[in-house]
Design a protein around this ligand. Structure first.
Ligand code: DP6
Length: 328
């Protein structure tokens, strides 16, 4: 019996991953850049136990079943293959933020699971190997392994694609105010959405232009150039949602309040406030701000009709092991 526990933060993508060139191994069609979100986390423990006949999952104190359990079990199969074992495991996981509504819970969940499961299985993986492993559970999870501002690099659809840190969390004290518009579980999850991306005639252009947007975003982060960051993350978000809206069937995640927040953020920036929006596969809006303007932006966001709650996060570190026990 071997046990390990780990925690990882979710991340918000500045340049988005949408669509795969190889779906099963989750190799993205384009590179992406994100920021880990301190204050939010998934905490996961894994115990390999030869007495178990199947894998067991407890998620937020409830038994995990169906597709969720299958996805975790398929991920554990990869770890079992790497460590040459066929022992089943008991996985317990909790998040301190709402799941399924545009804060990528699968990213922090699979990053924490990759660290905990690999250690519990006796593997000693490098950061790059952990990122590759986490990617196979959820693409964006590869970006929750390294610390701070992170780039998932893609070239030629290579199976070893992984994410690397491009700047530590303390490099730029940005703030992410997440305007919660709807906490319901989204109807079409990211995995099904990625499979539809190629049905949009806009996807090829979005992917072809990605190296240019990545370069602008990377440079804006390194130079702490908020104006450039704001323009490129809003463009990239709009491009991804344009692909979603024009795929077949169409995916429309925005709600009236989503659009209201987007418009207000644009207007605030015109007034001189350093704030920009980005939205993942859900209706909630991540409003990225410079620390100097964050209090006022939070107050204004809270006052928009339809915004139920504002969750605040800061640049965060990478996935970490919490504890380890030796086998019996
Ligand atoms: C819109 O990583 O959640 O948040 O690999 O199927 O788990 P799976 O997809 P996932 O996709 C994230 C999509 C996104 C953009 C992003 O985070 O880059």
């Amino acid at each position: 019996m071997q046990f390990a526990a780990a925690h990882a933060h979710p991340n918000i993508a500045f340049i988005k991953y949408w669509g795969n060139c190889e779906a099963e191994a989750r190799i993205a069609a384009n590179g992406s850049i994100s920021m880990n979100l301190a204050g939010l986390y998934s905490r996961t423990s894994v115990e390999f136990d030869s007495a178990l006949r199947v894998d067991e999952l407890v998620l937020q104190d409830e038994p995990g079943k169906g597709d969720t359990l299958e996805r975790v079990s398929a991920f554990l199969d990869i770890v079992r293959q790497l460590s040459n074992t066929n022992t089943h495991a008991r996985v317990e996981s909790e998040n301190n933020f709402p799941m399924g509504a545009g804060i990528a819970s699968s990213a922090s969940a699979f990053a924490a699971l990759a660290v905990a499961a690999s250690h519990a299985a006796g593997l000693d993986l490098t950061e790059k190997q952990l990122s590759q492993l986490a990617r196979q559970g959820s693409g964006s999870a590869c970006r929750s392994i390294p610390s701070g501002f992170v780039e998932w690099q893609i070239s030629e659809c290579e199976a070893d694609s992984a994410a690397v840190s491009i700047a530590p969390p303390e490099h730029w004290p940005l703030v992410d105010h997440i305007a919660i518009v709807n906490q319901e579980h989204k109807l079409v999850g990211s995995t099904a959405g990625h499979d539809l991306a190629h049905t949009s005639i806009l996807q090829n252009s979005r992917v072809a232009d990605a190296p240019r947007r990545l370069e602008i975003c990377r440079r804006a982060i390194l130079q702490r150039d908020f104006e450039s960051l704001a323009e490129i993350i809003e463009l990239d978000c709009n491009l991804m949602h344009a692909v979603m809206m024009t795929s077949n069937p169409r995916l429309l995640y925005w709600e009236p309040t989503t659009l209201a927040v987007m418009e207000r953020v644009k207007a605030w920036r015109a007034e001189g406030f350093l704030a920009a929006y980005t939205i993942d596969a859900g209706p909630n809006v991540h409003v990225i701000c410079e620390a100097s303007h964050q209090a006022l932006i939070k107050e204004r966001l809270g006052g928009i009709f339809g915004v139920a709650q504002v969750i605040t996060a800061h640049p965060g570190g990478g996935a970490e092991l919490l504890s380890e026990m030796s086998p019996n």
